[in-house]
Design a binder for this molecule. Structure first.
Ligand SMILES: [Zn+2]
Length: 335
């Protein structure tokens, strides 16, 4: 962090945080227009319920939401909490990149990257959709950044990273077609790995992809398990639970070196494998059922079996700030 022109650090910090809030506000528009397919038209924002035009003081990022207590000033309709959250997250991430990388070109590039990272997460979270051009713009930012030597890789590595990311995930997704007759991951996820490859390079993908699977394990699998339990699919809920437990158990065994005796270790591996085989059988059966239902209702054909976009993007976020630490941890657990 460097002070500039004799101005104190807090001055830039406040300024960058406010820019982040404003970008977040614009990002909300980008997300909504992206999802609804609307063109960017220059018009004042309106309340979606009562259509009243918002005046300037109802349009201040974050603060308006707080002052209006989350309701439209005219019709008192609740305003979605998504707006202030996106604004705040954008502001905080801009601030983080300033604190870590200072007033540099890298910070500027990171701000652009964060902007589209959040866009990918929110659209995938809201409607399980990845907007193609968000990923393409990210890839272009990565390519230009490496061309200008902003990142640790050069433009050739960036290009190779993009290709490796795309084809690796595309192949992984299509393995699903062989086993459950449906892609394991949506087309959007391959585009995200294309973008991540262009930003970080192919080597970093060796860290990012396993990390994203770990994130998916700890966030999505418990949710899937609870969902299955609520739908009264107890076997399936148990299956997901076993998968999660097995991963944690394997991690603990390696990390704490629990089995000094090889025979005990062998028993552990056989037990875990049997349990995993049983639960994966249930999970694959459920996925096959879902894929079949999906074929019968082509209207809902845009769903994918494992929404994976957010996990990939979170891994990207983490790698920006803690690449070396995460690299060590992943190496330790997996390789
Ligand atoms: Zn209203």
């Amino acid at each position: 962090m460097n002070s500039f022109l004799g101005l104190p650090v807090w001055f830039f910090a406040t300024y960058i945080f406010l820019i982040g809030l404003c970008c977040g506000s614009f990002l909300n528009v980008v997300i909504l227009r992206g999802l609804s397919g609307e063109e960017f038209v220059k018009s004042r924002s309106k309340c979606p319920k009562c259509n009243n035009q918002l005046t300037w003081y109802m349009n201040i990022p974050l603060f308006s939401y707080i002052f209006l207590k989350g309701k439209c000033a005219f019709c008192k309709e609740k305003i979605s909490i998504q707006y202030p959250i996106v604004e705040l997250v954008c502001g905080l991430l801009f601030l983080c990149s300033y604190f870590i990388f200072g007033l540099t070109l890298k910070t500027l590039f990171l701000c652009f990257i964060f902007f589209f990272f959040i866009a990918l997460c929110v659209t995938d979270y809201l409607e399980q959709v990845i907007i193609d051009y968000h990923a393409y713009i990210l890839a272009i930012i990565g390519f230009i950044g490496s061309f200008l030597n902003v990142f640790d890789i050069n433009w050739v590595q960036s290009l190779i990273g993009a290709l490796v990311g795309f084809f690796f995930f595309e192949i992984l997704a299509r393995i699903g077609c062989l086993t459950v007759k449906h892609r394991f991951f949506g087309e959007g996820d391959s585009l995200i790995t294309l973008a991540l490859g262009a930003i970080f390079g192919a080597k970093a993908l060796l860290v990012i992809i396993p990390l994203s699977f770990l994130i998916q394990t700890f966030f999505a699998i418990p949710m899937l398990s609870i969902k299955a339990f609520k739908e009264n699919k107890k076997q399936l809920a148990f299956g997901y639970f076993i998968v999660l437990l097995s991963i944690i158990a394997c991690f603990c065994v390696n990390y704490f070196n629990l089995f000094k005796n090889d025979n005990h270790y062998l028993v552990f591996v056989v037990l875990i494998s049997l349990l995993l085989f049983y639960s994966l059988k249930n999970i694959l059966a459920e996925l096959r059922l879902k894929a079949e239902q999906n074929e019968q209702n082509p209207d809902e054909n845009n769903f994918n079996l494992m929404p994976f976009g957010p996990a990939l993007v979170y891994a990207g976020f983490l790698v920006i700030f803690w690449f070396d630490e995460i690299k060590l941890a992943i190496k330790f657990c997996l390789y």
